[in-house]
Design a protein around this ligand. Structure first.
Ligand code: NDP
Length: 287
């Protein structure tokens, strides 16, 4: 017997989650503010509830995947959550997740927050490598672990309900830094006779080769010794920054994506030790 699932929210992500549970044979009850979006899932064997309250009443395990935290509050206003296992996969901030956990607890529900590290086409496709961060009730997580693993792999990151959102936002923030760097790189070659399609694999491979540097950073943060295992000292890297800025100028490219990071490197050098790694920049940010 597969665990029955109730799912609130049939946007692009909610629909992908719903389809994964249906395909795996879980009895599924769905609700969406705009009822028409449930039609195809009903044709595939799901049951559509007329209200959020009716959907919540149908299963002990209630998964929510709505636009934002405000829409979760709106959809669940006045709904009886007593005895429910509420899993909120709506993207939120750590603070919103913590408040939502309190809110759910006050209504007699166990609460687990999730941060989805996948896009909809990766849901139900284990080889795609997507997963979901979970935090909050460990008991709820253990109890529904197998059911939660149906749409995507699971990574539990702690009892603090805000930790899933924090991990999610931290990884996505790093991703934007990477996208910013890639945008600058493409801008540098753009006006030249260099094929971006030939350049892209060089860029992707370089980023992949550099990514494991985060393990060295982590080791330095843990030990507090930022000069441990340094390969490219801060003083050398700061000395190199004029080359980057001049090259940008020569290519007619704005250096606005690079300059904030270079400014932090210079500040750290002026306050600290040139033999350090770039790790000291983190101290300047997290003051
Ligand atoms: P969509 O915009 O496709 O769907 C939004 C859903 O929220 C719809 O079901 C919509 O209902 C519902 N909704 C919005 N406001 C309200 C409200 N006030 N009351 C009730 N329902 C409401 O978004 P996604 O499905 O793509 O995303 C859902 C969540 O998943 C978001 O938090 C998103 O950040 C997260 N996520 C999405 C990813 C993606 O790539 N799509 C990746 C990772 C996370 P209606 O149909 O009536 O408008």
């Amino acid at each position: 017997e597969k665990t029955p699932v109730t799912l609130l929210g049939l946007g692009v992500m909610g629909t992908a989650l719903a389809r994964a549970w249906l395909t795996a044979g879980h009895p599924l009850t769905v609700w969406n503010r705009t009822p028409a979006r449930a039609a195809s899932l009903v044709a595939e064997g799901g049951r559509a509830a007329d209200s959020a309250a009716e959907a919540v009443a149908a299963s002990e395990l209630v998964v929510v995947c709505l636009l934002d935290d405000a829409s979760v509050g709106e959809a669940l206003t006045g709904v009886d959550l007593a005895g429910k296992d509420l899993v909120n996969l709506t993207t939120s901030t750590p603070a919103q997740a913590r408040v939502r956990a309190e809110w759910a607890g006050g209504r007699g529900a166990r609460y687990l927050d999730g941060g989805i590290m996948a896009v909809p086409p990766m849901i139900g496709v284990p080889e795609a490598g997507g997963y979901v961060f979970y935090s909050g009730s460990a008991e709820l997580f253990e109890r529904h672990r197998d059911t939660l693993a149906v749409p995507a792999a699971t990574t539990y990151v702690g009892e603090d309900a805000g930790f899933a959102a924090l991990h999610d936002v931290a990884l996505l923030s790093a991703m934007y830094g990477m996208f910013a760097g890639a945008a600058h790189a493409f801008a540098l070659i753009r006006r030249e006779d260099i094929d971006p399609v030939a350049f892209a694999p060089l860029l992707a491979d370089w980023l992949a080769a550099m990514a494991p540097a985060v393990h060295r950073t982590a080791g330095q943060l843990r030990s507090g010794d930022y000069t441990k295992d340094v390969v490219s000292p801060l003083a050398m890297q700061v000395a190199g920054t004029p080359t980057f800025l001049s090259t940008a100028r020569q290519q007619g490219v704005s250096a606005e994506l690079l300059t904030p990071y270079f400014a932090l490197m210079r500040r750290r050098l002026s306050e600290g030790d040139g033999a350090e790694d770039l790790t000291g920049v983190i101290d300047l940010l997290a003051r």
